[in-house]
Design a protein around this ligand. Structure first.
Ligand SMILES: *[C@@H]1O[C@H](CO)[C@@H](O)[C@H](O)[C@H]1NC(C)=O
Ligand SMILES: *[C@@H]1O[C@H](CO)[C@@H](O)[C@H](O)[C@H]1NC(C)=O
Length: 198
């Protein structure tokens, strides 16, 4: 009886660890990017007029990723618009309107996405974002040429990624230790099960 209890307890821990692993893997493969990083979403300051152009240049997006717009909900909003509306700052008839201050846009298609603020006058002040989500062979992905001086600013995207798994933002997830941990754990669970049955 006591052995049985111990066995099911082990099994439960094994399940928990497995669920955590699955969760971790989905977190790692789908990134959530915060638009503008520390600047959030708002009218660009005079010091960084091209903040959103720069931001989209230095990130690569894929299907399953999402982008997060953070802003004071009483002062701003996000709209997804057509390319034409993006260029002309036409904020009428947006494709999508979000104004809760914490707006997550999920990338589900290969295409170009255009965003601006739903507030009058903000688009004209360069609060606008264009991202390209291209399939692997996309030729236009590499076409914008950066000067050599811009290259050092290119950084891996994970420091700007955040999720609910607590981990130091600047360290990459340990890829090898988890399988080892899992293997050890399952071995332990199996031996506990066998020990319980015998
Ligand atoms: C994106 O997905 C999240 C949950 O995964 C959801 O809360 C959010 O509303 C979605 N965004 C849009 C624009 O549909
Ligand atoms: C790239 O993808 C496009 C469609 O998205 C396709 O027509 C084209 O043949 C592909 N090119 C290569 C080299 O795979």
């Amino acid at each position: 009886m006591a052995a049985n209890l111990r066995t099911s307890n082990m099994y439960y821990h094994f399940l928990l660890a497995f669920q955590f692993l699955v969760l971790l893997q989905t977190r790692v493969s789908c990134y959530k990017y915060k638009v503008g990083d520390l600047d959030g979403w708002g009218i660009p300051t005079s010091a960084k007029p091209l903040v959103y152009t720069q931001w989209s240049k230095y990130h690569t997006f894929k299907i399953g990723d999402s982008i997060l717009f953070l802003y004071p909900p009483s002062q701003d909003s996000v709209i997804q618009v057509t390319e034409q509306s993006y260029n002309s700052c036409n904020i009428k008839d947006p494709i999508l309107y979000m104004n809760n201050g914490n707006s997550l846009f999920n990338i589900t298609k290969y295409r170009e996405f255009y965003f601006t603020s739903g507030e009058q006058g903000h688009c004209e002040k360069k609060q606008k974002l264009h991202i390209s989500v291209l399939s692997g062979n996309g030729s236009s992905a590499d076409s914008p040429s950066y000067g050599p001086s811009a290259l050092p600013e290119i950084s891996p995207s994970y420091p700007t990624v955040f999720g609910t798994i607590p981990q130091p933002p600047s360290s990459s997830p340990p890829p090898a230790s988890f399988p080892v941990f899992m293997a050890a754990l399952s071995l332990f669970a199996v031996s506990a099960l066998v020990g319980g049955i015998m």
